[in-house]
Write a new protein. Structure first.
Length: 657
């Protein structure tokens, strides 16, 4: 083996632990390896050798031990520093047998712990009388010699220790090891030292990284003894690494113990725990090397830092994370009306034409919009939704079309892309389109016609490839007649139309929808086993209730009932008295127009009159509290205000006529 010379300070330290003849053989070869390693010899065996090895280990004065036979096996089991073994080669055995045969035809080979199966085959080929014996202790070896001598064997082949003991017993000893086997052991030791130094350098780099992490990191071995920890973990635990290295983690920080991870080999991620006065997110991860678990690592991060990072991620990624969660197959119901609506939606999904979805509040207009998007060729692109009634006019304009830097006071540096640009190649869903201000309707119409948008404060048009789905619970034809909605925009939006029926017009869908919503709510609180009994208790009321807030209102009612379910284990809690108290709307009789007192009316007007009467009843029950009434009805305060305003305007018009 030819290696370049190494500075003395950088040479690996190799200590050969051997005995007599092997020591002399090693000493004769050391000069050949002196340029590459600092090699020294300890001429001892077993416990004496182990004591010397441990002293060197504690002092950090050794990189690799070199030994052979019983000595080598004993050291490997009791020290942590690598041990390179001097191994017997086939040539060594043949050479020793040739020497032994010159002395006697009957030869014995004594080896540590195991005999060689290969030698059993070889002795047949060589026509030699070879007896193989193994030993575990020195006394055991001496007993073997007495037995062999009694059987007429005069020559013993083995290690330095065996040949020495054989000669003490009056037998002839033939030394088994050759210079080549020692040279191979030195080459192995140098390679082990080289790899160990590379590993040490890698560990040092890793420790440098860990020292600069804000996250606390701690590693243990399979006995849960602490092997390393970084400064962040020291600070969290209030300890110094020197004082806790080698100690069980359960003694240093019992609340962070890794016993379960070490026992099961499974990771535990994002566990929120208290350490001292801090709340931290804890990860416990097993360490596996070459397919075997060798320990575990614990990481701790301050929960406030996680929350801060989460806010930053959300604020930076929001424009690129618009997705549609729902599919048409998830829309529950088999009534003719809802089946027809689903079939239309699936058909419309195959085109890029604008869709107008109409229906009362809570009928699932956005669910259909998302389903159309996910069934279209644009499903892998953005689905951007905005409620046109939720923003003041000036803010809605900048949200939809974006703005350039300096377009107005407080504008973001560098400007901001609007939602139309964010939806490029995807779908934009304009909810509550009927409440869009007239001035913005003009800009929206141009964007739809020209497929271009103009940012506020910019002179450059931006082309956009966007599929538009709009929705409203207003009567756009009436708004158009009143001059509150542009006629040309109405026709631009109303290319493909889906009208979603209210829940009261498809009562056969109430049981499956109620069962599904109740199952989801109960799953969240871990009480799914109660679904059937709750469905049986609620369904009779659900089927006779008009549901002015439709599915959204049903969801709110079920959420209320689920909260009660958490604190009760018996059906007594769902008596009529209790249900009347927590869901009063289910027990309010819906007023219906009397045939003799009112003129005949269209179904639309009849539905509006019934809805208005019911809203007034709920307001009476809530003593005029609009917030509480809106919550019971399952609609927003804005929608409640709009419905009341519309009905009162209608009453004024009726009085004028």
């Amino acid at each position: 083996m030819k290696l370049p010379g190494i500075d003395d300070a950088k040479k690996p330290k190799i200590w050969a632990i051997s005995y007599k003849r092997l020591s002399r053989l090693i000493d004769s070869i050391i000069p050949n390896y002196a340029p590459y390693a600092d090699i020294r010899i300890i001429d001892r065996t077993f416990d004496d050798a182990l004591e010397s090895a441990r002293e060197l280990e504690r002092a950090g004065e050794v990189d690799v031990f070199l030994s052979a036979g019983a000595n080598g096996a004993y050291l490997r089991n009791n020290v942590t520093v690598p041990v390179a073994l001097v191994k017997v080669t086939g040539f060594d055995i043949l050479l020793a047998l040739v020497k032994a045969r010159q002395i006697s035809e009957r030869i014995a080979i004594v080896t540590y712990q195991a005999i060689s199966p290969e030698l059993e085959e070889v002795k047949q080929l060589l026509n030699l009388d070879i007896e193989q014996r193994s030993y575990s202790t020195i006394d055991d070896a001496k007993d073997q010699f007495q037995s062999l001598a009694a059987a007429g064997y005069k020559v013993i082949v083995g290690s330095s220790l065996i040949t020495d003991l054989a000669e003490q017993a009056g037998l002839t000893g033939i030394f088994l090891y050759s210079p080549n086997s020692v040279r191979q052991a030195f080459d192995d030791a140098l390679e082990i030292a080289r790899i160990a130094r590379l590993e040490e350098a890698r560990r040092e780099r890793l420790n440098t990284i860990l020292r600069h992490l804000n996250e606390g990191v701690l590693a243990v071995d399979m006995a849960e003894r602490i092997q390393s920890l970084n400064p962040a973990m020291e600070q969290l635990l209030g300890v110094r690494s020197e004082s806790v290295m080698g100690k069980p983690l359960s003694e240093v920080a019992p609340e962070l113990n890794l016993s379960h991870t070490l026992r099961t080999g499974t990771a535990e991620l994002a566990q929120i725990e208290k350490v001292g006065h801090k709340t931290v997110a804890v990860n416990r991860i097993p360490i596996t090397e070459h397919g075997l678990q060798t320990g575990a690592v614990l990481t701790c991060q301050d929960s406030t830092a996680i929350q801060r990072a989460d806010r930053n991620i959300r604020s930076h990624s929001r424009p690129r994370n618009f997705v549609a969660k729902y599919h048409l197959s998830q829309i529950i119901g088999e009534s003719p009306a809802i089946r027809h609506a689903r079939a239309l939606a699936l058909q419309y999904a195959q085109t890029d034409s604008t869709v107008l979805i109409t229906g009362e509040s809570g009928t699932g207009k956005e669910l259909f919009a998302q389903g159309i998007h996910n069934a279209s060729r644009r499903k892998n692109h953005s689905f951007v939704a905005i409620n046109c009634a939720a923003f003041p006019e000036s803010l809605l304009e900048s949200e939809l079309f974006g703005y350039e830097e300096g377009a107005f006071s407080g504008s973001r540096r560098g400007g901001k892309a609007g939602l139309f640009e964010s939806a490029h190649t995807g779908t934009i869903f304009l909810d509550e389109i009927g409440d869009m201000p007239l001035a913005l309707q003009t800009r929206l119409l141009r964007a739809l016609q020209e497929k271009e948008v103009l940012r506020l404060g910019s002179n450059d048009l931006t082309p956009v490839d966007v599929r538009v789905i709009a929705a409203t619970n207003c009567d756009l034809k009436q708004k158009r007649a009143e001059g509150r909605f542009r006629e040309d925009l109405f026709y631009r939006l109303n290319i493909l139309h889906i009208d979603l029926p209210p829940l009261r017009e498809r009562r056969e869908d109430i049981p499956p929808i109620a069962a599904h919503l109740l199952g989801e709510a109960l799953r969240r609180v871990g009480a799914l086993h109660r679904r059937d009994e709750l469905v049986a208790a609620l369904l009779p009321r659900f089927e006779h209730y008009p549901w002015p807030g439709n599915i959204r209102e049903m969801e709110n009612v079920i959420e209320r009932v689920t909260v009660l379910c958490q604190s009760s284990d018996t059906m007594e809690a769902f008596s009529e008295k209790t249900l009347r108290m927590i869901t009063p709307e289910l027990f309010v009789a819906t007023a219906t127009p009397s045939t003799g007192e009112h003129p005949l009316s269209s179904l639309h007007n009849l539905r509006q009159d019934s809805e208005t009467d019911y809203i007034e009843q709920v307001l009476d029950k809530c003593n005029g509290n609009h917030v509480e009434a809106a919550k019971i009805l399952g609609i927003s305060r804005v929608t409640l205000w709009r419905k009341l305003k519309h009905s009162r305007n209608g009453e004024k018009a009726a009085r004028k006529t």
